[in-house]
Ligand binder design. Structure first.
Ligand code: FRU
Length: 289
């Protein structure tokens, strides 16, 4: 069992399951509605807890009623909340999600007015308590300060960075971590259509770290430290019912394997299986036997 600190987003997810995705200006009735705790880092930590790890979350929450559901879910996953920064006013980040029963695709409208977690909040965390630090590439200047502190104070702490959105300046974080986890969205926005070539070029230009890239039904790719490109085909469940958070589950599977000392090869296989299994069930509960 490892001790893992996650810095990033936790949200309220209002999920409407619909028959298939509507056209603009159409009115449709939802088949069912589920209100859950979501957010990339929250999802990854919740799955890491199922995989047997001790997790802590560092992020911001608003002091309002909907935060209760979020806290209750994080408590259920035994995620330590002592580093959370609670803001007096505002709303917890909220996602309005349409989940299509036909395809399992999820379409998200996200609302956020909450300040991001700051390096000054992070400075109060005892990093000596952790084996792995996972951060979401969000408020880049602040994340950079956090990673620089981690590097300076705890050179043996393994650091990973989720690169989901092509935010300005995010590339300056790449040399500060051991493992980069790219989304298809980021790679496409950078003008690449082949994840293998993207990873290869990145390595030639800058990269010292290992990296992965998820690519939906084309599977997942990884770049090993010695420059080898690995590929694992997508694990396809009988029916795809819910792809919401599949990337977050992949990241949890990857961290779990690597922190246990398994090879990147093995980690890619296990993370792909876990993410595939997730797409065959609703939500993130009971993913692990
Ligand atoms: C899934 C997810 C949802 C959340 C949204 C935030 O990856 O984390 O739980 O609402 O993305 O962008």
């Amino acid at each position: 069992m490892a001790r893992i600190l996650g810095v990033g987003n936790v949200t309220l997810d209002i999920v409407n399951v619909i028959d298939n995705y509507p056209h603009e200006d159409q009115e449709v009735r939802a088949l069912s509605q589920h209100i859950n705790r979501g957010g990339n880092t929250g999802n990854t930590l919740a799955v890491l807890n199922q995989l047997g790890h001790d997790c802590a979350w560092a992020g911001t929450l608003a002091d309002e009623r909907d935060a209760e559901l979020i806290r209750a879910d994080l408590h259920e996953h035994r995620i330590d909340l002592s580093a959370v920064h609670t803001v007096k006013h505002g709303k917890v980040p909220t996602s309005y999600i349409s989940l299509s029963r036909l395809s399992g695709s999820r379409t998200i409208v996200h609302y956020r007015d909450l300040p991001e977690y700051q390096a000054s909040d992070f400075a109060r965390i005892d990093l000596g308590l952790f084996d792995w630090l996972h951060v979401e590439g969000r408020n880049i200047d602040q994340i950079k300060l956090m990673l620089q502190r981690a590097r300076a104070e705890q050179p043996n702490l393994i650091c990973s960075l989720e690169v989901e959105k092509a935010r300005d300046g995010i590339e300056q974080l790449f040399p500060l971590v051991d493992m980069l986890m790219f989304s298809r969205d980021y790679v496409l926005r950078k003008g690449w259509h082949d994840p293998g070539s993207f990873l290869q070029v990145l390595r030639d230009q800058t990269l010292l770290a290992g990296a992965t890239c998820t690519w939906g039904d084309r599977g997942a790719y990884a770049l090993s430290r010695n420059g080898e490109i690995l590929h694992e085909p997508a694990f396809k469940p009988k029916t795809v019912v819910d792809t919401l958070g599949a990337g977050d589950v992949f990241n949890a599977g990857l961290i779990d394997q690597l922190v246990r000392g398994h090879s990147l090869d093995m980690a890619l296989i296990e993370a792909s299986r876990l993410a595939g299994r997730k797409c065959g069930v609703y939500g993130l509960k009971n993913l692990v036997d």
